[in-house]
Design a binder for this molecule. Structure first.
Ligand code: ADP
Length: 540
């Protein structure tokens, strides 16, 4: 794929094209070096709780928890897990809706030395069962609200603590479980291209570095409020919850219903008291369409971070046409590297007509390499690769896919780097232009999806022969997943939809299913997805 991008069919020695000065520069495109406190997130949060116990830490549906309350609740959950026998690095499935209790459970798991593994209560039980098995998860925190079939699945696999039971105990003191900087903090399952989701593992030091990155980026301070809008299974939800708690600020959990009704979300901002939000480009688009029709002020909003997929220039232009005084941050990163690694802070639409992903953030090293892990010259496309404290531990119980993506850093022996699978090129001023993905990962409404996962699910359905799933629509709003299947007696579209929906989240279920006699192939004998995409556009 890289050869295709560079326009050369044969390997060439990228290194030899680079002079000593440029090589030196290319090896030093890292972010600022910053001391990371030799304490964990939980310890810093506990210190702040002692300093100002009555400050507001979290808000949801008009309910406010102080630092004291949140810390006590988290401690109760930690103690309940410790009573169940949790040990260092045991994964704990947190099967909860986005509520204040969910926040307490997240912190409680970290305090107990466990590994936070978020599970959405509305996910299909089969998918959850796979994640629990793959991660060897034996503990869970649940709430009575989750569906009975899901609860049964979780309870079969895990020793389960309910929040009600944890809160009934009077152990509210800090558990003081020693946790090292290299200890695992969390696992997020991302959609895997071979059909099985990958559980990306990150450590405490990487998480803390990222949380401070957001504090710096958004200039978060005491009293600042960040909205918590992302799904529990999207890693950005973690900083939305925890970063303000490092500096005496608060997180405000916004229900999905409020977000889906953009007018309500805008009302919430207009009412004041929110300084920082982070959204995906698709949501920014919807939000802009609304305010362009019906302009309104956004209260105390000071910074808008956009992440998850490429930020189109057009959106940036429209933003500054409407809100010239509120900066946009294009945040770029991946779950495997503890979330963000680069950013561009914009205070107006860039003159050159596209948006870069900006510069490298603190304690991260960035390289652009060819397929043999050699530096490519400034301006040449290559794979974006990260090194440093951000690099996670790999995919849980998946040595093969871990070895493919996490390799020794050839320039800093003894450390590991992560190959993002994203293409980019260095611009002369030291920022990166994002050039798309190597594989077939796509984003729909900000959710990360590997088309291969949907295909492998459909392939398991009786009557289905070959399968190809493609994405249509050039902009986020008109984007659809479309499935093509072969086979003389392929099932009805509605049945296929149900079959897929039983295994994957709703945003991964194709909108259209079409039967073909055979799938078109490229010269190399691969399914010709370009032709299928064109066909999907015409079929609608
Ligand atoms: P994140 O939580 O940072 O969105 P995910 O693990 O869900 O990370 O997805 C990571 C992938 O999303 C990246 O490898 C990249 O392809 C894409 N991505 C994330 N942020 C951006 C961005 N600002 N611009 C372009 N692509 C992005």
């Amino acid at each position: 794929a890289l050869d295709a991008l560079t326009g050369t069919g044969s390997p060439r020695d990228a290194g030899s094209l680079i002079g000593a000065d440029e090589r030196h520069a290319l090896l030093h495109m890292g972010g600022p070096v910053r001391d990371l406190p030799d304490r964990r997130f939980t310890e810093i949060f506990e210190e702040l709780t002692v300093e100002h116990p009555d400050a507001v830490a979290a808000i949801h549906n008009g309910q406010r928890w102080t630092y004291r309350t949140l810390n006590a609740r988290a401690n109760q959950i930690a103690h309940a897990l410790l009573r169940r026998g949790i040990r260092a690095e045991d994964p704990v499935a947190v099967v909860m809706d986005r509520t204040l209790d969910w926040l307490a459970a997240t912190i409680g798991v970290l305090k107990a030395g466990g590994v936070y593994l978020p599970v959405r209560p509305d996910f299909p039980p089969d998918r959850v069962a796979t994640q629990l098995t793959r991660s060897g998860c034996r503990f869970a925190v649940t709430e009575p609200r989750s569906a009975p079939t899901l609860r049964a699945t979780v309870e079969r696999a895990c020793a389960t603590v309910t929040v009600a039971e944890a809160y009934a105990s009077d152990s509210v003191g800090d558990p003081a479980v020693p946790v090292g900087p290299d200890q695992l903090a969390y696992i997020y399952f991302t959609s895997g291209s071979t059909g099985a989701p990958k559980g990306a593992m990150c450590e405490h030091a990487g998480m803390l570095n990222h949380l401070y990155m957001k504090v710096e980026d958004m200039r978060l301070g005491p009293g600042d409020v960040v909205t918590q809008t992302a799904s529990q299974c999207f890693d950005i939800s973690l900083w939305q919850l925890l970063a303000p708690l490092l500096v005496g600020g608060a997180t405000r959990i916004v229900d999905t219903d409020t977000q889906l009704d953009v007018g309500k979300f805008l009302d919430l901002l207009a009412a004041g008291g929110v300084q920082v939000i982070q959204i995906v480009p698709a949501y920014l688009d919807v939000l802009l369409s609304t305010v362009e029709r019906d302009p309104r002020a956004l209260g105390d909003l000071r910074s808008v971070s956009v992440t998850g997929e490429a930020l189109r220039f057009e959106l940036v232009r429209r933003w500054f046409a409407t809100y010239p005084d509120i900066p946009l941050v294009n945040a770029y990163g991946a779950t495997e590297v503890s979330d963000d690694t680069m950013h561009a802070i914009l205070d107006r639409a860039p003159e050159r007509g596209f948006v870069s992903v900006g510069r490298t953030l603190r304690n991260v090293d960035t390289y652009i390499l060819d397929e043999h892990l050699r530096l490519v010259p400034t301006g040449a496309p290559g794979e974006i690769v990260f090194s440093g404290v951000c690099v996670g531990r790999g995919y849980i119980n998946d040595p093969e896919r871990t070895a493919a993506a996490f390799v020794e850093d050839p320039f800093r022996p003894g450390t590991r780097l992560y190959r993002t699978g994203d293409f980019g090129r260095w611009l002369p001023e030291g920022t990166i232009e994002f050039l798309g993905r190597r594989d077939e990962q796509v984003k729909v409404r900000g959710y990360r999806i590997e088309l291969g996962e949907i295909e492998s699910r459909l392939l398991r359905m009786p009557g289905v022969g070959q399968v190809a799933v493609v994405i249509t629509g050039s902009d986020e709003q008109s984007r659809n997943l479309v499935a093509f299947c072969t086979g003389p007696d392929t099932p009805q579209p509605a049945d296929m939809r149900d079959f897929v929906a039983a295994a994957v989240p709703e945003y991964m279920v194709p909108s259209y299913f079409h039967r073909l006699d055979e799938l078109p192939l490229t010269e190399n004998g691969k399914v010709d997805k370009r032709r299928l995409m064109a066909l999907a556009e015409t079929l609608g």
